[in-house]
Design a protein around this ligand. Structure first.
Ligand SMILES: [Zn+2]
Ligand SMILES: [Zn+2]
Length: 641
């Protein structure tokens, strides 16, 4: 049994556990083990005689090692067999449909013996689902639409998943000596919210034509490969366990820029660029920019040289959609695009008071460690009962607690600064913890070399030591208040008046008509306490279409009232999308970018959102939470009544 099969079986067990509503930590341990196994360069089947070597792999404990021994010896393992007596592996796919949580999947199985998408579709169409508890006509309609969308989207991957795989494959390729640079090209480099396949361009001394064969062999034997599709002179194509297709091209340094330009696209951008070349007596290909009359190379090694030779400023990949970027580059008017280092605050996140995982203090320390100067804690309101949303009484108690944490943290930071200035390590354990958090900032694996991880500089800035301690770091009290079906907000005005940050969001009744939904959101904007409109179209990338709404009317009114519109940086939402963001700027809207983090590590989602802002041509000046301090931010928001 090879590693990929072991990984697939472990991953499948994780999903079966999910349907079985098992402990999330247990589920995660199987997922982590699957990832660890597929990264290994040695076949585990050769190690099972020496279980100690299995235990040396990060992510594999004693129990997991025993599982692997069982898998290799028998092709299966006891837990998997036990779960397969209750469920079918095809049920895993059902979890990806809207409204289909583990409990629903299990119920439909036990009531109707339906375990795959085709059978589910038939059952829905024949009206069998309607007879089950909590699955009325509405549920069925939504589900059928979901199945249709799923079939349309199942060959595409979200930007965060594509980036994760790009990083993991790059780390493995880099292990080969003589590799200098690896850049994901195609739609991932342009920052599209989804990608169809992954293009990786590799260069370095090992990629020169005379020696490239050895590097090609290395790539063709990467442990992550599920199916090897093709192995050419300098190109390897394969698929991963999740069916993502990867094309790796190994290119000599001298033509790397031309290849990057060519394979980054977009098609329309490249067509326009080639026409521009021809007008100048030049021809552009994946190998070089050549002069037509004598075939001499004009530029090839870097993209900047190529653009400059065509009398253009360098065009950032996110703008290469042939939507005005060539004209702007010719007239030297390209925008100075926003970067992650420009972001100083994050105004939307959840804690364990509702459906988040971590405490207020943990979220604040994690934000500090990422170099931010302020955050807002914005938990859910009571209408979202499944998240344990806050009613007025609890909301007021919660913001009291947020203010306390804010005061404690300011006190701690100033004591910490004193201690460090006197060169004495902090004595009390809370300060010591805080200091450890701040100085052990992630330069995380691969961060230094990877051009696909723009947050590197951001972390570096925060890691400068005591001198850069953000003594004015603030935790602002806020709420993500539900916009009810009729457009009223879910909490009392007197409660909202106590909050610095009021985000109003739609979380239900998505099926209203476009007129109803537009009127509903407009009414929420009119509430004088609404300062930010959260994830304004409600879409979920690859799983839920936006609700019907006249977005232009919403943006226009938000601009008039001074309500900021959100870009939700969660890669599952990416809402507003790039086109709507560009429209928001045209309407003169205030714009904020937030992670909507439900756990500390989700604060890192900011990087995905920044990409979408860049695709929308936005600059530092277009965003409110580039303001350096909480005080200056608050002056930019809609004034309280
Ligand atoms: Zn929300
Ligand atoms: Zn939220």
């Amino acid at each position: 049994m090879d590693n990929i099969t072991i990984a697939r079986l472990l991953d499948e067990t994780a999903a079966l556990l999910e349907i079985d509503a098992a402990d999330p930590f247990r589920i995660r341990s199987y997922r982590r083990a699957a990832e660890a196994v597929e990264q290994q360069t040695t076949q585990l089947a050769t190690l099972v005689a020496e279980p100690k070597q299995l235990l040396a792999i990060a992510g594999i404990g004693k129990g997991m090692a025993a599982n692997i021994v069982d898998l290799v010896a028998t092709g299966t393992m006891p837990l998997r067999e036990e779960l397969l007596t209750k469920y079918k592996p095809t049920m895993l796919e059902l979890l990806r449909l809207p409204g289909m949580g583990p409990k629903t999947v299990a119920l439909i199985w036990s009531a109707l013996q339906v375990a795959d998408i085709d059978a589910l579709e038939t059952a829905a169409k024949e009206g069998h689902l309607n007879k089950l508890p909590r699955m009325g006509e509405k549920f069925t309609t939504k589900l059928l639409k979901g199945i249709e969308d799923y079939r349309k989207n199942s060959s595409r991957f979200r930007i965060d998943q594509a980036r994760e795989y790009a990083d993991r494959i790059s780390d493995l390729i880099r292990a080969f000596p003589g590799i200098d640079e690896i850049t994901p090209a195609g739609s991932l480099r342009r920052g599209r919210e989804t990608v169809g396949d992954l293009d990786l361009l590799v260069t370095g001394p090992a990629c020169e034509a005379s020696v490239v064969a050895a590097a090609v062999e290395h790539v063709a034997s990467l442990p992550l490969i599920d199916k090897l599709l093709a192995k050419g002179q300098n190109k390897v194509s394969f698929t991963l366990r999740n069916n993502l297709q990867v094309d790796v091209r190994l290119l000599p340094r001298a033509s790397y820029g031309a290849a990057l330009q060519y394979f980054t696209g977009s098609k329309m951008h490249n067509v326009a660029l080639r026409q521009r070349a021809i007008k100048r007596g030049l021809t552009l290909s994946e190998y070089a920019l050549l002069r037509l009359e004598d075939n001499n190379i004009v530029a090839a090694a870097t993209e900047a040289e190529i653009y400059n030779a065509l009398d253009l400023d360098y065009i950032p990949p996110e703008l290469r959609e042939n939507s005005g970027e060539l004209e702007a580059a010719a007239s030297h008017t390209l925008p100075h695009l926003i970067t992650i280092e420009d972001i100083r605050g994050d105004l939307h996140m959840h804690t364990d008071a509702t459906d988040g995982r971590d405490t207020i203090r943990q979220m604040a320390e994690a934000a500090l460690a990422r170099g931010l100067a302020y955050i807002a804690i914005t938990d859910h309101s009571k209408n979202l009962a499944m998240t344990n949303g806050l009613d007025d009484v609890r909301a007021l108690a919660h913001i009291k607690r947020i203010r306390e944490v804010d005061a404690e943290l300011q006190q701690d930071l100033s004591e910490l600064a004193d201690a460090l200035a006197k060169d004495t390590p902090p004595t009390n354990s809370r300060l010591a913890n805080l200091w450890t958090q701040l100085k052990n900032l992630p330069p995380r694996p691969g961060l230094e070399n990877s051009s696909s991880r723009p947050e590197a500089a951001h972390f570096a800035a925060a890691a400068e030591g005591p001198a850069s301690l953000p003594l004015n770091f603030r935790v602002l009290p806020g709420i993500e208040v539900d916009i009810l079906a009729d457009g009223a907000l879910d909490l009392d005005d007197s409660t909202l008046a106590q909050m610095d940050i009021v985000i109003a969001s739609v979380h239900g009744h998505f099926n209203q008509t476009i007129e109803e939904m537009t009127a509903r959101v407009l009414r929420a904007l009119e509430n004088p306490y609404t300062r930010i409109l959260g994830h304004p179209t409600g879409r979920k990338v690859l799983s839920r279409e936006p609700y019907a709404i006249h977005i232009g009317q919403i943006l226009k009114r938000a601009a008039e009232l001074g309500v900021a519109v959100e870009h939700n940086a969660s890669p599952a939402r990416a809402d507003l999308n790039d086109l709507h963001l560009r429209l928001a700027k045209e309407h003169g809207c205030k714009i904020v970018i937030n992670t909507d983090a439900h756990a500390t590590e989700e604060l890192d989602q900011m990087r995905h959102g920044i990409t979408q802002l860049r695709r929308a041509w936005l600059t530092k000046e277009d965003l409110l939470n580039t303001q350096p301090t909480a005080e200056s931010l608050l002056t930019q928001l809609r004034p309280k009544p």
